[in-house]
Design a protein around this ligand. Sequence first.
Ligand SMILES: Nc1ncnc2c1ncn2[C@@H]1O[C@H](COP(=O)(O)OP(=O)(O)OP(=O)(O)O)[C@@H](O)[C@H]1O
Ligand SMILES: [Mg+2]
Length: 252
Amino acid sequence: MEPVVLSNVSFRYSRKDDYILQDLSFQAGVGELWCLLGSSGSGKSTMIRLLMGLNVPTSGTVQVFGECAPFRTMRPRIGYMPQDSALYNDLTGRENLHFFGELSGVKHRELSTRAAELLDFFDLTNAADRLVSKYSGGMQRRLSLAIALMAKPDLLVLDEPTVGLDPRQRLRIWNQLFQMNADGVTILITTHVMDEAERCPNVALLADGHIIGSGSPQEICQHAGKTRLEGAFLQILDGERIRREKHLVPRL
Ligand SMILES: Nc1ncnc2c1ncn2[C@@H]1O[C@H](COP(=O)(O)OP(=O)(O)OP(=O)(O)O)[C@@H](O)[C@H]1O
Ligand SMILES: [Mg+2]
């Protein structure tokens, strides 16, 4: 079963709002690593929330491992890190890991060991028993990522996981993600950072609710006649806008 399939998905938050996503189709195969790249407000988090069953498509279908939302049986196979912190501030880091670990199906006897492993990997061991309300922004991001990894998921969905992290932590996390991907985990990640996207095997460019390009960074650059992904993205974006504006010119 394909880990992620969005078919002709349109979405608006309410009847009086404009569509945020329009007739969007996207697929991530088993063991693929996809980076979703788009300007602020282009709909990345909306697409991710649809994928997690937190938003319901206005039309079209969303499937994860062949199951439509709300993914009751598939939920333990998905590790999710939202863009905004979803931590319990009045619990400690360790307690958060235990709580969310249990929710995502980690066996009771494995909770402590798994939490300790992840606290160690994310340099949070010394802060493990402090309240999350006392954590820095970067510590909270690292804890959120640790939570997403608790149940050793088959699919990881990460919404801007490296925001607020220093270069060393960023590199460590990317190395970890590449390692997990090499072990067969499917990963979908959003980022604003072009050089992060450039290192991903597959990139989908999102603009104004549409996927305007997808493929390897090399393919996208080649298609746009640019050497770097940033230039290619802007070129494709401009081309798309011109194409749509032309389309809007009334025929005489
Ligand atoms: N709850 C909501 N109600 C109405 N509109 C919303 C809501 N959440 C987001 N939007 C709108 O949907 C659009 C897409 O937002 P979204 O958060 O998906 O963008 P994004 O690509 O993730 O941006 P960023 O890179 O800044 O995180 C924006 O115009 C935003 O204002
Ligand atoms: Mg977002």
